[in-house]
Design a protein around this ligand. Structure first.
Ligand code: SF4
Ligand code: SF4
Length: 424
């Protein structure tokens, strides 16, 4: 059964960012916007694989999904909810088109009151109506309007070595802090060479990325503010409560899919952005979904469950990292079964977070997040932290941590979104 469907109803966009992971030509293809009938057609082909009794996330992505207008999303939502009441929807948007009158109802009712967007603190490559200044001005106006409407926002940024040297990662963190109880969540991604930036070479070294993540974590765990930072909070949750988290999963195949505007199906949006047909699972216009998921590329990615590198099987952090992401292995010149280039970063961050859990340093953030109660709800034993990184410490988190007061599942929708948007 599917748990995340990342659907791109268009590849067109109202901005022109120089490092967009979608190739520029993709936005100009003739069939580049779904009608509501296109949505119904594709949804009906997937419906038997969307669980009736469990949560599944339909994430609108693009291109810029707001270009389809609010009516499309309201109609799609009510059509889908009639058939699958447990389905949730969310949106990854540049939010430049946000206004209360136009989008509040969609974001509040269709997307559960939250939206994921993106912005990079170096403001170097984001262009709207011909200039970076226009983009920046419009983005912050729209962000403020959404926040004033009580919309919870989550901002993804892509980082480079240069941005870390200029301390921009900490400036973004401080910007979130300054918003107080309106603060947005932040995702710290490394910028990667794909789409329009595919010939740009490496943007960020694994060591710099790992050190940047740790620096942010050190502040966050000390201050325990009211916003999430990702990947940190997802790793922390996985340590405490288990579960599968993109991009640290070898189980995504068959549970995630990426659906392109032309109806082709991929393992996820990130695989689609590679624009390499050998990884395409099939086409919903001409095949049924069962046939698509039995295709050779789909079977190859599913094999990753058992075919990650030996080094990963022996790794102290396999419980959390799982050998990381198949797409990332390909992106940097390997094949699906190779080790990811960012192994070093994940090792550094997972070690640091485990160590903070073992020492009790992370108790406040665990308490605030509710992860411990989620572990109990999942009937997962209290986490045993065992590893070279922690000096062979074994700890039972219950011993050092007050029980969280948050309700289980309160953040489930946001978590699912944050999880799915690892695929960006
Ligand atoms: S980004 Fe990687 S881990 Fe996430 S769904 Fe795609 S292949 Fe799987
Ligand atoms: S941290 Fe590195 S070695 Fe360990 S599981 Fe992840 S990719 Fe493999």
């Amino acid at each position: 059964m599917l748990s995340v469907i990342i659907a791109k109803p268009t590849k067109a966009c109202n901005a022109a960012c120089t490092y967009c992971s979608a190739a520029a030509e993709a936005a100009e293809k003739p069939k580049n916007r779904w009608t509501i009938d296109d949505f119904k057609h594709y949804f009906d082909k997937l419906v038997d694989y969307i669980p009736k009794d469990n949560y599944c996330l339909w994430l609108w992505h693009g291109g810029e999904p707001m270009l389809l207008g609010p009516k499309f999303y309201l109609e799609a939502y009510y059509y889908a909810k009639k058939k699958r009441p447990m389905l949730g929807m969310s949106m990854q948007s540049n939010i430049l088109d946000y206004s209360h009158d136009k989008w509040y109802d969609v974001i509040k009712h269709v997307c559960g009151g939250s939206i994921s967007t993106s912005y990079d603190p170096d403001v170097s490559g984001r262009v709207y109506r011909g200039s970076i200044e226009n983009y920046t001005k419009k983005f912050f106006e729209s962000l403020q309007m959404a926040m004033d409407d009580g919309i919870r926002t989550f901002i993804i940024g892509t980082y480079t070595n240069d941005m870390v040297e200029r301390d921009l990662h900490m400036r973004k963190y401080e910007l979130a802090l300054n918003y107080g109880d309106q603060a947005f969540g932040i995702r710290y991604n490394y910028r990667y060479p794909a789409g329009r930036a595919k010939d740009s070479g490496d943007f960020m070294s694994p060591e710099v990325y790992g050190n940047m993540l740790i620096e942010v974590y050190n502040e966050w765990v000390r201050q325990a503010p009211d916003f999430q930072i990702v990947p940190h909070t997802q790793i922390l949750e996985k340590i405490i409560a288990g579960g599968s988290r993109c991009p640290w999963t070898r189980h995504c195949a068959g549970h995630f899919i990426g659906l392109e505007p032309d109806g082709r199906v991929w393992n996820c949006a990130s695989f689609a952005d590679l624009e390499d047909d050998k990884y395409c699972f099939g086409d919903l216009n001409t095949q049924d979904f069962g046939e698509i998921m039995s295709s050779y590329p789909a079977r190859e990615i599913k094999r990753r469950v058992a075919t990650i590198p030996d080094e990963c099987f022996e790794c102290r952090n396999l419980d959390v990292c799982e050998g990381a992401c198949a797409r990332d292995s390909i992106l940097f010149g390997g094949d699906i079964y190779d080790k990811t280039k960012y192994c070093e970063s994940w090792m550094m961050l997972i070690d640091r977070i485990k160590q903070s859990v073992a020492s009790g340093e992370a108790n406040r953030v665990i308490e605030k997040s509710g992860y411990h109660r989620k572990a109990q709800a999942r009937r997962r034993p209290s986490p045993m932290i065992v590893g070279k990184s922690t000096g062979e410490i074994k700890t039972d988190i219950k011993a050092g941590c007050a029980c969280a007061s948050d309700s289980i599942g309160e953040n489930e929708h946001e978590n699912a979104i944050a999880n799915a948007t690892g695929c960006l």
